[in-house]
Design a protein around this ligand. Structure first.
Ligand SMILES: Cc1cc2nc3c(=O)[nH]c(=O)nc-3n(C[C@H](O)[C@H](O)[C@H](O)COP(=O)(O)O)c2cc1C
Length: 350
């Protein structure tokens, strides 16, 4: 059924197809009866709940950052069987992002290339929206096992790396009452210079600042760091050292890659798409290798959330087998459709 819908959606430009799908989902979910139906239909038959960083996740499958950047569709996405949804990346000021087109499909590779550039409504608006969701919607839709909301935070394009810590702190403070955990995003390839924040000096300043703020609250929230799949092993080692030294709650592995090797799509077509992060199937192997490296190097001391090339239960099992506790999907949702969480939940962690 989804294959037929996908054929039609793939006739549209990718970004428009994304918004249209969410609009149609929202329309379908406008009554409590249809929401109930959807919930029943997409409810995973078999789940492996987990407590990670003190949070109870009702299952192991989440929606990765960037899918619902502005927290506009939590009610309807929560009907599709996800255990958690990561909103954002959220920046202090609203941003339009890069010029369109900025999202491209590579069907032969089951992949996407994007250079969205942190388009989002800004943290003040998004925090207001989350407050409303928490107070007016969630209590009525999520009675027993609540949907977990992650807040993925970043810096504005116009903020320098030297001042970036202020942006992270600003977003952290405003989202703190409304999200269950944070992800510090220093790994998007689409904000110039952002990935340099993975250098120890910048990272240490950002993360220690956030942890200080966190400890000042009476309800500290888990903080994860999202890393790029393109880091050299020496950089990965530095990140590991820092995460352990600071006592961060874990890593999201990983963001999109700037690599373009081993693609089926012709080099000409790929180069016409231009710069951006590649996601989906071509990312899978590198992602698994990175997860495995970190898990083995730390004897499993760092909790890992896997994000990269997960389409089905077999892909998810591969991530669990190398040490991931949770998995997240983005590109897989586009290619596999709304039953993806249900299908993946059949994967049993070891
Ligand atoms: C269109 C698009 C937008 C994205 N936006 C963000 C973002 O704002 N913040 C972020 O941390 N990751 C973002 N990502 C990366 C995804 O969260 C995910 O880590 C990555 O795509 C790898 O997973 P996948 O292979 O399942 O897509 C985006 C990915 C796509 C395709």
């Amino acid at each position: 059924m989804y294959k037929a819908i996908r054929k039609i959606l793939f006739l549209l430009p990718p970004e428009e197809a994304h918004h249209l799908s969410l609009f149609l989902l929202q329309l379908f979910c406008s009554t409590s009866l249809t929401r109930k139906l959807l919930r029943k239909f997409f409810e995973p038959a078999k789940v492996s709940p987990i407590v990670l960083a003190g949070i109870h996740f009702r299952n192991r499958v989440g929606l990765a950052a960037g899918f619902d950047k502005n927290a506009l569709h939590l009610r309807e996405l929560s009907c599709l069987g996800f255990g958690h949804i990561e909103i954002g990346t959220v920046t202090p000021q609203p941003q339009r992002g890069n010029e369109k087109p900025r999202l491209f499909r590579l069907p032969a590779d089951h992949a996407l290339i994007n250079r969205m550039g942190f388009n989002n409504d800004g943290v003040v608006t998004i925090a207001k929206r989350l407050k409303q969701w928490r107070e007016e919607v969630q209590p009525y839709v999520d009675l027993e096992k609540p949907l977990i909301i992650g807040g993925n935070i970043g810096r504005n394009k116009s903020t320098s790396n030297e001042e970036a810590w202020r942006d992270y702190q600003y977003c952290f403070e405003r989202l703190h009452p409304w999200v269950d955990y944070f992800v510090v995003n220093v790994s998007s390839p689409n904000t110039p210079g952002l990935r340099a924040l993975q250098d120890r000096s910048f990272l240490e300043k950002i993360l220690t600042g956030l942890q200080r703020k966190n400890q000042e609250t009476n309800n500290p929230k888990p903080v994860f760091l999202k890393i790029a799949p393109d880091l050299a092993w020496s950089q990965v080692d530095e990140v590991i050292e820092l995460v352990l030294a600071i006592g961060l709650n874990g890593l999201v592995v990983s963001n999109t890659t700037i690599q373009r090797d081993t693609l089926q799509t012709t080099p000409n077509t790929v180069s016409r798409m231009g710069a951006g992060g590649l996601s989906g199937a071509p990312l899978k192997e590198r992602n698994t290798t990175l997860l495995q490296y970190i898990h083995q190097k730390t004897n499993g001391k760092i909790p890992l959330i896997a994000s990269g090339g997960i389409f089905n239960a077999t892909d998810a099992a591969e991530k669990f087998n190398v040490g991931a506790s949770l998995v997240q999907v983005w590109t897989g949702f586009v290619y596999e459709g709304p039953a993806i969480a249900k299908n993946i939940s059949a994967a049993s962690p070891p």
